[in-house]
Design a protein around this ligand. Structure first.
Ligand SMILES: NC(=O)c1ccc[n+]([C@@H]2O[C@H](COP(=O)([O-])OP(=O)(O)OC[C@H]3O[C@@H](n4cnc5c(N)ncnc54)[C@H](OP(=O)(O)O)[C@@H]3O)[C@@H](O)[C@H]2O)c1
Length: 483
């Protein structure tokens, strides 16, 4: 399998927060891999920007360290690093003050694509947008990239959208949800809309229910203080799980075009049923043998923030009415695993009587071991009559497509190149984000008003017992959380 590299125009990419954790771990190593793949044309530059005093030589050393530490060189040949580092510049700049802006103006060129990555906290988005235009750094073709979290509720998301809209057109704004950049997440669309096989069955007539799981083994780690202000609902459900739900549930867009896709996703969010409390289970992990429990990790013995959430979600539209979507995500669970499982209905009539299982399950594994498994019913081999069994038709992308077929391209590198190409398909539109918050807000407000306390669960388990009951009440079971 040879990966194809789509050429992009030369660019100046400014990373505000160019010395931050995200830049170090994801953005810079990702850019380096694109450079190695030949997708960073001559004349393209990356300009780090932050308040800390540093010259471009020191920034190049910083970038080299980031690449050494976070695996950017995986696909590169010796000697390539220097060529990449030559394209790095740095300006000391304060998003909230006038310091450094004239240096950036002097550095930028007119004849290349200009992109500005806001890899800083959202409280700086408005300041950056304002100063960029005030200093004449943008034109109608310039793009800005903004990181999550995009607000913490509807009101703050609207305020951010308003701040950005004062200076930029929606088609210039790239709101990142890095889940959308994952190879396997895009495969959801390929599987659904590139095969005749599935789409005719993709509705409440044939689908019993759908499970979406994003399980992590890590706890909150060093992000305790930040995490405790958001919780699994804000950190994972409102954005990542919502995006997965949209891709699974949306109507086929008329074409693979940014607004056609995003229009369909928006319709799904708007069709979500309001949640009722007994359809949600929240949890907090207990101390493990070698790690603190949630409350200790966030430094608040009375914290009511959830590190786990499971929910039963309904979509009121023609396609999905009556088919529940069960969503769950949590930290310190048994295995790191992200998976979507479409569980089809039992046969309405079996000519084989009680001879075996007749239920098909389509599992799309996002990580690890990306691939697709379809459970099919076959005859149990050998004599002994017509006995049936369910076997997996299993495709691991790595095995089927060779080493290049596995998810080699990190979400960030794909998304950054999409920004340069001017393709917004894999980015969230402002109305989409607001609709997601509009659905999420009343849920969180309900917990706060009632003083809901999350259930506890053992570190290394599959989550709280109540989550098992959430499905058991509907005579269903969760898939095992397994790697
Ligand atoms: N880290 C992740 O894995 C991750 C994942 C998803 C989303 N995000 C989001 O990405 C953004 C950046 O996260 P991060 O983890 O990289 O944060 P971080 O490690 O705290 O870095 C923040 C960066 O912003 C710069 N900065 C802070 N105030 C500034 C100002 N007034 N003017 C100019 N630069 C300023 C900092 O440098 P100076 O202090 O020198 O100015 C630093 O380079 C946040 O919104 C975060 O929520 C991060």
């Amino acid at each position: 399998m040879v990966s194809r590299v789509i050429p992009v125009d030369p660019f100046d990419l400014v990373i505000f927060g160019g010395t931050g954790d995200l830049a170090r771990r994801k953005i810079l190593p990702g850019l380096f891999r694109r450079f190695c793949a030949g997708q960073m044309p001559n004349g393209s530059r990356v300009i780090g920007a932050a308040r800390g005093e540093m010259d471009s030589a020191a920034y190049r050393a910083f970038v080299a360290e980031a690449i050494a530490e976070f695996g950017g060189g995986r696909a590169c040949e010796d000697g390539t690093l220097d060529g990449f580092l030559e394209r790095m510049e740095f300006v000391t700049i304060d998003a909230r003050g006038e310091n450094g802006w004239s240096d950036l103006v002097a550095l930028m060129r007119d004849d290349v694509v200009r992109a500005f990555y806001f890899s800083v906290g959202p409280s700086l988005f408005g300041d950056l947008a304002e100063r960029l235009t005030k200093h004449g750094l943008t034109d109608a073709d310039s793009r800005i990239v903004v990181e999550k979290p995009f607000g913490r509720d509807l009101e703050t998301a609207k305020a951010l959208n308003r701040d950005l809209a004062k200076h930029f057109d929606e088609r210039q704004i790239y709101r990142i949800d890095h889940y959308l950049g994952k190879e396997t997440v895009q495969n959801l669309m390929a599987v659904r809309f590139g095969n005749m096989l599935f789409e005719p069955l993709w509705n409440s007539q044939y689908v019993d229910h759908i499970q979406i799981t994003v399980a992590e083994t890590v706890g909150v780690g060093g992000r305790g203080e930040y995490y405790d202000k958001s919780g699994a609902m804000r950190d994972m459900v409102q954005n990542h799980l919502m995006q997965l739900l949209c891709l699974i549930a949306m109507e086929p867009p008329s074409k693979f075009d940014p607004d056609a896709v995003r229009d369909e996703k928006l319709k799904v969010i708007r069709a979500l049923d309001p949640m009722v409390p007994h359809h949600i289970v929240r949890g907090q992990y207990e101390p493990g043998a070698d790690a603190p429990g949630y409350r200790e990790a966030v430094g608040d013995p009375r914290s009511r923030t959830e590190s786990y959430i499971a929910m039963k979600v309904g979509i009121s539209n023609w396609r999905w009415a009556g088919t529940p979507f069960y969503l769950r995500t949590g930290k310190r669970l048994k295995a790191r695993s992200s998976e979507i499982v479409v569980v089809f209905k039992e046969l309405n009539h079996s000519i084989f009587g009680e001879a075996g299982e007749h239920r098909n399950e389509l599992s799309i594994r996002l990580q690890p071991n990306e691939g697709i498994t379809l459970g099919v019913t076959i005859k149990e081999p050998g004599p002994g009559g017509m006995r049936l069994m369910n076997v997996p038709l299993d495709m691991s992308f790595a095995e089927a497509l060779g080493p290049d077929g596995a998810d080699q391209t990190d979400a960030y590198e794909r998304l950054i190149m999409d920004v340069i190409r001017g393709n917004q398909t894999l980015f969230m539109r402002g109305d989409e984000v607001e609709a997601a918050w509009a659905w999420t807000d009343p849920i969180i407000q309900g917990w706060e008003a009632r003083g809901d306390v999350p259930k506890t669960y053992d570190a290394g388990s599959e989550g709280p017992v109540d989550a098992v009951q959430l499905l058991a009440r509907d005579t269903r079971v969760w898939r095992k959380v397994a790697p």
